[in-house]
Every structure is written in structure tokens, then in C-alpha cells.
Write a new protein. Structure first.
Length: 435
């Protein structure tokens, strides 16, 4: 689509990032954008660019109903202006995509494609809509059509990169994102997509550079803030990024949960609870807030409340391994080791990729004086996850309990050189105490 000069001027007067990637803030800028939209609408002839800027900010803040209402007003102002109509339809489609409403998103994309001069954009939009349901094949069909109509279509290259990522073709995905960056270096979306792919293939340093670049270009974008925070791993910088993401999109449940988990690990139980409650307000049918609330209750010495949260999570999703693990931990804290072991085994059965149920079962058995069972669970952990330090530490404890000091020394030594959250100072003290 070729944007008319009047549209460029109007957009840039209100928001310099209107035609570039969406770099405007969300919650922090909605007030000024709302005032600008009202002022523009009051002028003779109206200005749809202001409504699009406000609608986009509302969408990115997670305020979808308000975004749709503003975009309807923008659509009325854009009547008879193809370039402005295309901008409105793009944002309408993105609202539906954010709501995971594929049929309505695709309908909006088709409407976009029927606007004069927006054929390539319509196909690129349809590709994004298909990716809501991770339909890579259909998305690639649309990106091919978009690039056939306009080989320089940035949005199509970004969608192509995402589609190849879903198709597990990382090399082509990387190439597509790099082509998008070459077309529009200031496009945050392409840097974000490339960062995700590089992280997936183990090129962490390169990934972090791309994700930091995305944040530079879109400093108030909740998604880029969240992705960089996740890639960095727990720490002060990550927590600060998550706090910014939740300020800009208060309904960002994943960011609230990630922040809450970091606060829980850091012992800030009140802050962890607030984060979990914010996530729960966002989606009452989400298991993760209940699990986090239960973990906070457990850390605060309230296993009864922890078990209630675990049961609430299981009513939402009966096969939740995390909820089963929470119930098991609560039972263990209450001294009901038999019921705890049943729940630990159920949690392990639901997710063989997580060693935590086996480790916690070993620790609970050791605490209850059942070191034969503790040894069995710990050995299972070290066999399934030989590089997981907590498993070796649990094995060392069980072996000490059985009087096998030499074998315990070897297990503790392995724990110190392995991966995962190991209390290394504590393990060293245990080693020093061995004869």
C-alpha cells in the first residue's frame, strides 16, 4: 500500500511512529492520545490518524473493547480515503487477533485486501490471522501472495518469519526476519521475531542483542518487554522489565505470573501475592494464578490454603502437573506423606519433562525418615536428568540417611557441578560434615 502524503503528515503530527512499528506507549500515553483524538474529530473533516493511534494504544494495553469503539469512529472518519481506511482495518484485524478471534480477524483482513492499493497488506494480515491458530501452511500461502504483489512488504516478511518459526524451519525464519529488518531497520517486530528464533537455536548473546534492539525501538511495548525479561532470566533487570510490561498492559497475565514467580523466589511474598491476584483478575479460568497463590501460601506457612488453591486449579484443569505438585507439597508440609507421594507420582506422570516432583518426593521422604524411598526417587531423578543438581543433592541426603557416606560424598560433589537451583553453600557444609 502506498500512503498518501496527507496521511503521513497527519499521522506524524500526532505520533511519529504511526507508519513505523508501533512505538507509542500504552497505558502511559492513552490520556494524551485520547485528547488528541477528540481534538482531531472536532475539526472539520476529522482526522482518522488520531483515532488509529489511540485505538492502537488501547489495543496494546489490552483494552480491546475501547479499541474497537475508537476504531469504529476512525473508520467513519476515514470514509472515502483508501489509505486511512487501510490503517483502520489493519488495527481492527489486530484487535481480533489479540482476542484470538480468528474468524473475525480474517474477515477484517479480507476487508483490508479489498481496499484500493492494499492487496498485499490484506494477504499479510490474513497470514497473521492464520498464525493466531498456528496454521503455518496457510500463513505461508498468504505471505507468498503478499510478496508476489509487493516484494517489499515488511508485514509479509515478518509474518513469513513467524510462520517458518511455527513450522520449525529456523533457518528460513531467520532469513525472513533479516529480510524484514533490511526493509525496515526501525521495525521492532522483526527484531523481536529474530530474537525469539535465535534464542530457540541457542544463540543467546545474539538473541539478547536483537531483543534489546526491539525494546529500544518500542520501549513501552508490553510484548517486547516481556520477551526480553524472559530471555534474561530472573534478576533485577528482568523484574524491572516485567513491571514495565504490566504497567503498560495491566491485563498481561503471563507477565504478572513471571513477575510473581521472581518475587516469590526472592522472598517478597506480599509482592508475589499481589502479582498472582492481578493475574487471577485478568483470567479467572487460568490455572497459573492459583498455583502461584498456593506456592505463596506454602512459603508463608499456610499449607491448608495452598492445598485449596491447588484443588481450585485442578477444577479448572484436571491434568495440570503444576497443580498436582502444589497439592503434593501441601500434603507433605502437613505430614501426610502417603497422600503426598501419590500426588507427586501423579504430577510426574502428567509431565515427564519436569524433575521437580521426583526431587520433592525424595526430599519429603527423607524428611519423614523414609530414606529407602527417598533414594529411589532421587536415583530416578539422576537417571532421567543427569545434569540436574537438585536431584544429586537429594540423593546425597538420602544416602547420608542410609549411612552410605562415601556414596553421599560423590552425589554432593555431582550436585555442585551440575545445573539447576542448588544451595551450593549448604551442599558444601554437608560435604564438610562427612567423615
Amino acid at each position: 500500500m502506498r500512503v498518501a502524503p496527507f496521511a503521513v503528515a497527519a499521522a506524524l503530527a500526532i505520533n511519529p511512529g504511526f507508519l513505523a512499528p508501533p512505538a507509542e506507549a500504552q497505558e502511559s500515553q492513552i490520556g494524551p492520545l485520547r485528547a488528541a483524538a477528540a481534538a482531531a474529530a472536532a475539526k472539520a473533516g476529522g482526522d482518522p490518524a488520531a483515532s488509529v493511534a489511540l485505538g492502537r494504544a488501547l489495543r496494546r494495553a489490552g483494552r480491546w473493547g475501547e479499541a474497537q469503539a475508537e476504531l469504529r469512529r476512525g473508520g467513519a472518519l476515514a470514509a472515502g480515503r483508501p489509505d486511512a481506511q487501510a490503517q483502520v482495518e489493519w488495527e481492527v484485524a489486530r484487535v481480533y487477533m489479540d482476542r484470538h478471534d480468528f474468524p473475525q480477524a480474517l474477515a477484517a483482513c479480507r476487508a483490508l485486501g479489498r481496499i484500493r492499493g492494499a492487496g498485499a497488506d490484506g494477504h499479510a494480515c490474513a497470514a497473521d490471522a492464520h498464525l493466531v491458530w498456528q496454521r503455518a501452511t496457510e500463513a505461508l500461502t498468504e505471505t507468498a501472495a503478499a510478496l508476489g504483489a509487493d516484494a517489499e512488504c515488511y508485514e509479509a516478511r515478518v509474518a513469513e518469519g513467524r510462520a517458518y518459526d511455527f513450522a520449525l524451519d529456523e533457518a528460513r525464519s531467520e532469513a525472513s526476519f533479516r529480510a524484514a529488518i533490511a526493509r525496515r531497520p526501525e521495525g521492532a517486530e522483526a527484531h523481536l521475531g529474530l530474537g525469539r528464533v535465535l534464542l530457540k537455536v541457542g544463540r543467546r548473546d545474539e538473541a539478547l542483542r536483537e531483543l534489546r534492539r526491539a525494546v529500544e525501538l518500542d520501549p513501552d511495548g508490553p510484548d517486547v518487554l516481556f520477551e526480553l525479561a524472559t530471555a534474561l532470566g530472573p534478576g533485577d533487570e528482568s523484574a524491572a522489565l516485567l513491571e514495565r510490561a504490566t504497567r503498560e498492559r495491566p491485563s498481561f497475565s503471563d507477565a504478572w505470573i513471571a513477575l510473581g514467580r521472581q518475587r516469590l523466589t526472592g522472598g517478597r511474598l506480599a509482592d508475589a501475592k499481589k502479582a498472582a491476584e492481578a493475574a487471577a483478575r485478568t483470567d479467572a479460568k487460568d490455572v497459573a494464578p492459583h498455583v502461584l497463590l498456593g506456592q505463596v501460601a506454602l512459603a508463608d506457612g499456610h499449607p491448608d490454603d495452598a492445598r485449596k488453591e491447588g484443588e481450585a486449579a485442578l477444577r479448572i484443569l484436571a491434568n495440570s502437573a503444576a497443580a498436582k505438585l502444589l497439592v503434593a507439597d501441601a500434603d507433605a508440609k502437613q505430614g501426610d506423606i502417603d497422600r503426598a507421594l501419590e500426588a507427586y507420582q501423579a504430577a510426574w506422570g502428567l509431565d515427564h519433562g519436569d524433575p521437580t516432583p521426583l526431587v520433592h518426593a525424595a526430599e519429603a521422604c527423607h524428611a519423614a525418615g523414609r530414606d529407602t524411598s527417598a533414594r529411589a526417587f532421587a536415583l530416578k531423578t539422576t537417571q532421567e536428568f543427569p545434569r540436574w543438581g537438585p536431584g544429586w543433592a537429594a540423593l546425597g541426603d538420602a544416602l547420608v540417611g542410609q549411612g552410605e557416606k562415601r556414596a553421599a560424598r560423590d552425589a554432593y560433589t555431582s550436585a555442585l557441578t551440575a545445573e539447576g537451583p542448588v544451595d551450593r553453600d549448604g551442599v558444601r557444609r554437608k560435604l564438610a560434615a562427612l567423615p
